[in-house]
Design a protein around this ligand. Sequence first.
Ligand SMILES: *Cc1c(COP(=O)(O)O)cnc(C)c1O
Length: 323
Amino acid sequence: MEKIELCCLPTPCHRLDRMSSELGCELWIKRDDLTGLVLGGNKGRKLEFLMAEALAMGATCVVTCGSSQSNFVRQLGAACAMLNLHAVAAVMDLPYAVVHGEPPFRPQHSGGNVVLNQMLGVEVHRFADDDWEVLAHHAEDLAQRLEESGERVYRIPIGGSSPVGAYGFVRAAGELTESFDCIVTASSSGSTQAGLMYALHGTPTKVIGIASDPEPEIVDDIFLILSGLEEAHGRKGILPSDIDLRLEWAGPAYGIPSEQGDAAIMRMARTEGILLDPIYSGKAFAGVLSLAESGELAGKKVLFWHTGGTPAFFAYPPTITWD
Ligand SMILES: *Cc1c(COP(=O)(O)O)cnc(C)c1O
């Protein structure tokens, strides 16, 4: 697979001593908050392979979609700036799965990635909140209009979650020099979990995804990406039932912080001095805390995969007060 170097890899991986003794397991952290591409995060790994494919097809323009606060759009913006490509994104403040109902409330959308995406020169087209499918259609309309105007367009699905993007996480698993009983990661568009699962299938290491959205169809998205990886890189016979996705810590909706997530952020900040984000990694770490409390992680060697998201702080500071 062709790759363009965008990140500072490998990211650090280290033990969390204080948290380990509090939780009764051996807890390590993989620092993908430190991938180095424009404030870090998991999307840089996917972009190393996606952008290589874009250049190989002679693209002049890259079109994607996401929320207004998308970490993917930010990192795509930086990659496109470096490679002199036109970055275009269809966004909604709060896309959601209509079948699961409207989000209970809408936090204010300003600051954070909204500012950074603009700074990086992304051409952002903002649409009224609606279903994820509708958002993808808006992106496709933009792509077609750009093609009509003579641009050569590379399309990237939400979160960079194509099998090509997921391959970044197949490679990421190769950075591990320790072996773990399980890896816990945030999961939303699915390619982080799918890539790690593909790489580690058949080893003793289990991958647990903590959903950032209370939308069970994430499992179908993960399976589709896994199927694409198997097609491109060899069959492993991974079944839908192999996907361990936990929905309990997703909070009220995608893009809305949860009380448990905010409490987990505060605890990590005050125990280890590490910042998690309110939309993904904070909710995922709330999962780690609960799983440790329930005994599921007792005595195990656990790797928490920090997926980044730091700029979201400046859009949604934790509301919880802790003294
Ligand atoms: C996108 C994102 C995730 C989710 O990763 P997927 O590969 O989309 O499942 C987790 N954490 C952060 C900070 C993200 O930006």
